[in-house]
Ligand binder design. Structure first.
Ligand SMILES: C[S@@+](CC[C@H](N)C(=O)[O-])C[C@H]1O[C@@H](n2cnc3c(N)ncnc32)[C@H](O)[C@@H]1O
Length: 273
């Protein structure tokens, strides 16, 4: 019997674990689909759940971040965590690491880095304050460290079983399947600004809006956040249809503004006489 996961077996920011129950329920409305394409697969959780719910369907997991590498190297990750548990045995849970232990922890990790693959997001979730993420050694080493090391090993058995794994830009995969009426698209694009830090790209409004064109004439399950205000924007555009860019022909002037030392933004003035 295949194990069914209700959350990704390794830490992944933005995974849709809170939606799993609803997702299972709405999937039942698509009994006619033969292919399910998870365009922004992330941790693969939606693809995993889809395959367990619909074993006969072809389920494509677009693993843009190579989450599968993290799964593949889980034994090394568990070995590193066992070393860390040993090193941190006298540090109470959630307490800050003293400088000498912090140095030792980083030395252990650097050793594994020299030997091969290190799963930094998982180590980050074992050593950093909740909400902080690390994608590489430098990021991990730049933060204060705490003892949040999980007491047991990570288990990932069978998580990716049955999935067709690809690593491509979502537009290419969409183009291949868009004309098949029996395809369901799972569309969970990166968040606009708040959560992009953990992903290897930065999504601007234009990127976000581009994804909307995928929704016309396809079967989809789309995810967004209230913060993106995309639903509000689409409703407004329906109530106030605009044929042309209202700023067309206006002159633009900009001023650089800094709120504090690391946050710069540009103020814009548009003038049309
Ligand atoms: C919000 S996450 C998806 C989370 C996923 N549904 C889950 O439950 O784990 C968005 C994902 O899209 C990926 N992504 C970014 N740009 C992409 C692109 N051009 N094509 C495909 N995926 C992309 C990000 O790296 C990130 O993994």
């Amino acid at each position: 019997m295949c194990r069914v996961y209700n959350s990704a077996p390794l830490p992944f920011m933005g995974q849709k674990r809170r939606f799993v129950r609803d997702f299972r329920e709405v999937l039942k409305r698509f009994d006619d689909v033969t292919t399910i394409v998870d365009l922004f697969g992330g941790s693969g959780l939606l693809a995993h759940v889809a395959k367990r719910e619909r074993p006969e369907a072809r389920v494509i997991y677009n693993d843009y971040d190579y989450f599968c590498k993290r799964i593949e190297h889980v034994a090394t990750t568990n070995r590193i965590l066992a070393r860390l548990r040993e090193l941190l045995r006298d540090v109470p849970e959630m307490k800050r690491l003293p400088p000498e232990l912090r140095r030792e922890v980083l030395a252990v990790i650097a050793g594994y880095e020299r030997e091969g693959y290190v799963d930094y997001p998982t180590l980050g979730s074992s050593l950093l304050f909740s909400g902080k993420w690390a994608n590489d050694y430098e990021e991990l080493a730049s933060h204060t460290m705490y003892n949040c090391v999980k007491k047991s090993d990570y288990k990932v058995d069978g998580y990716l079983d049955g999935l067709e794994i690809v690593h491509r830009d979502y537009r290419e995969i969409f183009a291949e399947h868009k004309d098949d009426a029996r395809t369901l698209f799972l569309i969970d694009p990166p968040y606009l600004s708040t959560e992009v830090g953990a992903y290897k790209c930065y999504w601007k409004l234009r990127d976000y809006l581009d994804v909307l064109s995928l929704l016309v004439g396809t079967k989809y399950i789309y995810f967004t956040s209230e913060k993106s205000q995309i639903i509000e924007l689409c409703e407004w555009l329906t109530e106030n249809p605009m044929r042309a860019n209202p700023f067309a022909g206006a002159e633009m002037r900009t001023q650089l503004n800094n709120i504090n030392y690391d946050r710069l933004f540009t103020d814009i003035m548009l003038v049309k006489a």
